[in-house]
Design a binder for this molecule. Sequence first.
Ligand code: ZN
Length: 283
Amino acid sequence: MRIANVAGRLTVVTPSGGIDVERASGGRFAADPAAVYARWAEFTAWAAVLDGDATPFDETDLGAPSPRPAQVFAVGLNYGAHALEAGYDIPEVPITFTKFPTCITGPHGELPIPGDSVDWEVELVAVVGTRADHVTTDDAWSHIAGLTVGQDYSERRVQTLGQSPQFSLGKSFPGFGPTGPWLVTLDEFDDVDDLALDCTVNGEVMQSGRTRDMLMSVPALVSRLSAVCPLLPGDLIFTGTPDGVGSGRTPPVFLRPGDEVVSTVEGIGAIRQRCVVGVHAAV
Ligand code: ZN
C-alpha cells in the first residue's frame, strides 16, 4: 500500500490515481496525514479492503507523508564506505542527531542554498507506526508503518562548527529534510532489508548503494533508539547515507543554485529538488 499526502489530504495511491481517505471513509479517518499514524493498525485494516474512486493527482501537490513528526532521528556514518570518505574509522556505534521538524518538507520543490558547502545524502527513511519503547530487534519492524525516500541535506560548515560539533543545526535549514513521494508499507517489498538507493546531481550519479550495507539495520536502529526515547507514531528515522557525498570528493563538490538533485530508493520512488538562492546562514 502507498500512502500519500496530496495537498495536505491523506490519500491512498493506486495505479489509476489517488483515493481521498476522508471522503472514502465517510469521515472515519481525518484528512490530515499527520493524524493517521496514531490509528495505524485500524487504518491499514480499513484501507486493505478499500475500493473507492481513484482520481489522478499532480505530483507537485505531494507533501511529506508524515508532515509533523514529534521526533526526527538521523543516523550518521551508518555505511562503512561513507564513514571512510568522511575521514572517520568505521564506528562501532553510529552517531545520532536530529533534523529539527521545521526542515521536513514534501518530495518535490525548491531547496534554498544557505551556504557554500551544502551537500547531499540520499537516505532510506523509516516512519514509525506504533509506539516503540524498549523493543527488541525481532519486534522492531512491527513498529514501522512504512518506508519513504529522504534527503539529509547538510551544510557542512555549520554541521562541523564548535569544539564538539553538534550536527543538528547544519542539517535543519528550511527544506533540508524532503521526504516522499509517499510512504510504502513493508508488505510491498520483496526484501525490505536490501533496497538500492541512489542520488544524482544534474543527471550525474553521485551515490549508488544498497541498504543491506548499513552498519545498523532498521531493526537495530529502532531497538537502540527506543532503549532511550520512546518512538512515537509519525516519527521519522533517517537511516544514514552511502558513500558519494560531495564533501568526500577531490576536490569537494557542493550544491549551487540551479542544480537539480534526484534521490531514489528501490520500490518507493524518487524525490527531486531544484536548488535556488537562499539566505546565507549568519552562524
Ligand atoms: Zn545523513
